[in-house]
Design a protein around this ligand. Structure first.
Ligand code: ADE
Length: 232
C-alpha cells in the first residue's frame, strides 16, 4: 500500500509508524510513506499556506489554491481522506475497507481547518477519530494508519489473530489470562484463572469466551450490543 500524507509537519512522520509492527512492515516495503508539504508549493515570499477566514472569526484556514498545487504535483492520490472531527467515525469496518486500497492520501489539517472548496474539488472522504478535538490531523492520521497497516495481509501472518479481536464480530473481546494460574495480588487476595481455560476443553473455552464477550459488550457498550442482537 502506498501512503501519501499532506502535512505542514512532515517531520512528525513516520513517528510511531516507524516502530514495532508498522515500522517492520515499512522496512519490508509492505507499505510506503511519502509526505507532501504544502509550504513547498506556496507562491509568495513568506511561504503562506493559510489565511484569515472570510466572514471573520478566530484562527486561520488552509488555502485551497496552495493545497491544490501540492496535491496536483503528487497525482495519483488514490483514495483521498481528510482527518477532521466533522468526518464519519473511524471504525474497524472502515479500517478493513481502507486496508484493501493500493493507495491512500491523507490530508492533515491545522489551525481552523481547510477551505471547504478544496474538500469539494477533491471529493475528500472526511474521517474522525471521535468526538474530541486534537491540535491537528497528524496524530489522527497516524492512529488511523496504525489501525489500517496492522490489517495488511503480510503484516500479521495469522488471520485468526484478527478473527478473535474486539469489533471483528461486533463484540468487545473476552478477557485474557496467562501463567501463573494462581496469583496473589498486593492486597493479599488469591486470584485464580477461570477453571474452564485450563480444562483443555476447546468447545467449552469457545463458549465461555463468547459469553464473556457478550457480557462485557452489553455492560460497556449498549450501542454495540443492540446492533449485535439485531444481527443475531
Ligand atoms: N483533527 C482534529 N481533531 C480530530 C479528530 N477528532 N478526528 C480526526 N481528525 C481530527
Amino acid at each position: 500500500m502506498s501512503v501519501k500524507i499532506a502535512t505542514l509537519f512532515p517531520e512528525m512522520f513516520p513517528g510511531h509508524l516507524g516502530l514495532s509492527l508498522a515500522g517492520k512492515a515499512l522496512e519490508k516495503g509492505i507499505w510506503s510513506l511519502e509526505t507532501i508539504n504544502p509550504r513547498y508549493y506556496a507562491t509568495d515570499l513568506h511561504k503562506t499556506v493559510d489565511d484569515a477566514p472570510f466572514g471573520g472569526g478566530a484562527g486561520m484556514v488552509m488555502k485551497a489554491d496552495i493545497l491544490s498545487n501540492a496535491l496536483e504535483a503528487h497525482q495519483p492520490l488514490g483514495r483521498f481522506i481528510y482527518m477532521t472531527p466533522r468526518g464519519k467515525p473511524l471504525t474497524q469496518a472502515l479500517a478493513q475497507e481502507l486496508a484493501k486500497e493500493p493507495m491512500l492520501t491523507v490530508l492533515c489539517g491545522r489551525y481552523e481547518g481547510v477551505d471547504e472548496r478544496l474538500l469539494e474539488a477533491y471529493n475528500a472522504e472526511e474521517v474522525s477519530l471521535g468526538d474530541y478535538v486534537l491540535s491537528g490531523g497528524e496524530q489522527a492520521a497516524m492512529i488511523m494508519l496504525d489501525a489500517i497497516i496492522r490489517l495488511l495481509p503480510e503484516v500479521i501472518g495469522n488471520a485468526n489473530t484478527h478473527a478473535e479481536e474486539s469489533f471483528h464480530n461486533g463484540l468487545l473481546e473476552y478477557p485474557h489470562y496467562t501463567r501463573p494460574a494462581d496469583w496473589v495480588s498486593p492486597d493479599g487476595q488469591l486470584r485464580r484463572i477461570p477453571d474452564v481455560l485450563a480444562s483443555g476443553h476447546h468447545a467449552k473455552v469457545r463458549e465461555w469466551r463468547l459469553a464473556q464477550s457478550e457480557t462485557v459488550t452489553a455492560a460497556r457498550r449498549p450501542d454495540l450490543w443492540e446492533k449485535y442482537k439485531k444481527t443475531k
